[in-house]
Design a protein around this ligand. Structure first.
Ligand code: K1U
Ligand code: ZN
Length: 177
């Protein structure tokens, strides 16, 4: 397994619509394993392939706490096939928007269809933090970030701060590009 670098905003690669996986083969299983290692190391509770520069429809999630047994989920082509009318609000973070958080409202329960690591089609129902996290990760596959669900004023403020931070970390690269 390998730890992969996580892309931070602003970056065009985070705005891309990802392509479906045709089959979960060794290459995709390797990507899933690398993404899990990267997520645990960050640490985070989810990660989507575009965050590590891969525009494929692959996500990983594990909302187990540090004292609990790990409960990793790796999904290819995840899709929401049912969402509750009931909504829930969670304070969301994102490894691609480090140190920024905002409350986001999403369906409280969802049913997800996906392909697992053995190339089997599966369905699962999620609620609470798991439902929020899976929806957040599926959004990444469409090039949508949690800041796209909040006011334009707050979004622009967060992206401006991240842009400035990036420029000050890599002045030579930013000036050249
Ligand atoms: O997509 C990502 O960048 C991962 C993101 C997932 C997420 C968090 C909160 C609500 C919805 C989706 C994160 O994991 S941010 C880090 C985080 O939430 C966390 C880190 C350590 C312990 C517990 C949570
Ligand atoms: Zn995210």
């Amino acid at each position: 397994m390998a730890k992969l670098p996580i892309i931070t905003a602003p970056d065009a690669r985070l705005k891309a619509r990802c392509t479906p996986v045709e089959k979960v083969d060794d290459e995709i299983r390797r990507l899933m394993d690398d993404m899990l290692e990267t997520m645990y190391d960050a640490p985070g509770i989810g990660l989507a392939a575009p965050q590590v520069g891969v525009t494929k429809r692959v996500i990983v999630v594990d909302i187990a706490g540090s004292d609990d047994k790990p409960a990793p989920l790796a999904m290819a082509n995840p899709e929401v096939i049912w969402a509750s009318e009931e909504m829930a609000v969670y304070e969301e973070g994102c490894l691609s928007l480090p140190e920024h958080y905002a409350e986001v409202e999403r369906p409280a329960k969802v049913r997800i269809r996906y392909i697992d690591g053995q190339n089997e089609i599966r369905e699962m129902e999620a609620e609470g933090l798991l439902a929020t996290c899976v929806q957040h990760e599926i959004d990444h596959l469409e090039g949508t970030l949690f800041v796209d669900h909040i006011s334009r004023l707050k979004r622009d403020m967060i992206l401006r701060k991240l842009g400035k931070a990036k420029k000050s970390q890599q002045p030579a690269l930013a000036d050249a590009g």
